[in-house]
Each structure stands twice: as structure tokens, then as C-alpha cells.
Design a protein around this ligand. Structure first.
Ligand code: FMN
Length: 178
């Protein structure tokens, strides 16, 4: 008898993995491929940046975006009530992602935005006024109202299963900038 080729997802039954539950949870979350962003803002005494992949759009009218920040992050408390920029990274900006995730490299180039500081040459950015903050367990969900934004063409930086990868511009079908 000829075995039928297997189609569809390989079933993984919760409880039948030898992985600890937290690791299994992380592994499951890692199947969701994301872009990579850096939240930048001026705190009371210093400028902050934190790498995130928890960025999502929330609303078109008003224009709202969300980032989820760990309560343990140094930037967590300072971000409350402050304007911030979400900087979306291009493929060649992997070093920025690690710089703002606890592995400092060369000091990045900053741009003084109209509302909050941002990083130079990012793929896209959203300058935000604070809109709301919600309890998110061991994270806080910070929602910002977008007051300025822009983008450029280029390959995108992506993150999945704990690994950085690249999405070529040719696959993104980006229209020309006006
Ligand atoms: C690709 C990537 C995505 C991350 N996403 C988040 C996130 O969404 N929220 C968060 O709080 N931390 C996230 N982190 C971890 C923070 O960047 C890191 O813990 C933080 O920079 C630590 O800063 P601190 O040592 O100044 O507190 C992410 C890290 C990486 C590399």
C-alpha cells in the first residue's frame, strides 16, 4: 500500500511534550513571525531605547499602535505618560536590535523628532503621544496615538523562533515612495 503524503500541520499534543511548560509556551509564541522595532523616548534623566517585537497596530481612526513592555525592563516605569517613537528596523539594522536588547554596540545615530527622539535610517517610524496604558500581567501594554510617521523602501528585519531573518523588499511588493 502506498502511504498518503502527510498534509497539514504536524499535530503536537499539549502535555505530551517533554519540554517544561514555559519553554513550550515560548516555542509556540516563536511560531508567530514578527518584525523588529525599537521604542525610543526621553526619560527624566536619560534617553531610552528598548527592542520589541510586540508591536501591533490597534486603530486607524484615531491612529493607535501598541507595544508590550516587561515590568522588569529599565524603560518600563519611565515610559508611562511619555511620548515615544516606534522605530521599525530594516534588514541591515540587526546590530541596533541587539544594542537595545542588552548587548551594546556602537552608539546609534539619533534624530530629534517633533514629538520623541527616533533612530536614523529606520525602515519606518511612528512618533506617538501617550494614549493609554493597561495591565498586561508581567508586562504593561502601552498604546500611543500616532502623530507623525514615515517609511522608506528596503529589506525588512524579521524575528521568529528566537532568530533574526530578512524579508527581501522584492517579496514585500513595496510601492514607490512619492
Ligand atoms: C527580537 C527581540 C524582541 C523583544 N521584544 C520585547 C518586547 O516586546 N517587550 C519587552 O519588554 N522586551 C522585549 N525584548 C527584550 C528587551 O529588548 C530587553 O529585555 C531589554 O532591552 C532589556 O533592557 P534593560 O536591561 O535595559 O531592562 C525583546 C528582545 C529582542 C531581541
Amino acid at each position: 500500500m502506498i502511504a498518503k503524503p502527510r498534509t497539514g500541520p504536524v499535530p503536537v499534543v499539549p502535555g505530551r511534550t517533554s519540554l517544561p511548560r514555559a519553554q513550550y509556551f515560548r516555542g509556540s509564541l516563536g511560531r508567530f513571525a514578527t518584525g523588529v522595532a525599537i521604542v525610543t523616548f526621553d526619560g527624566a534623566k536619560k534617553r531610552h531605547g528598548i527592542t520589541v517585537n510586540s508591536f501591533t497596530s490597534v486603530s486607524m481612526d484615531p491612529p493607535l499602535v501598541l507595544v508590550s513592555i516587561a515590568r522588569t525592563a529599565k524603560a518600563h516605569d519611565e515610559l508611562a505618560g511619555r511620548p515615544f517613537t516606534v522605530n521599525i528596523l530594516g534588514a541591515e539594522q540587526r546590530q541596533l536590535a541587539t544594542h537595545f536588547a542588552g548587548r551594546p554596540g556602537p552608539e546609534p545615530l539619533w534624530v530629534e523628532g517633533g514629538t520623541a527622539p527616533r533612530l536614523s535610517h529606520v525602515l519606518a517610524y511612528f512618533e506617538c503621544k501617550p494614549w493609554a496604558a493597561y495591565d498586561g500581567g508581567d508586562h504593561t501594554l502601552y498604546i500611543g496615538q500616532v502623530v507623525d510617521f514615515n517609511y522608506r523602501n528596503g529589506d525588512a528585519l524579521a524575528f521568529a523562533n528566537g532568530t533574526f531573518t530578512t524579508i527581501p523588499e522584492s517579496l514585500l511588493g513595496m510601492e514607490e515612495l512619492l
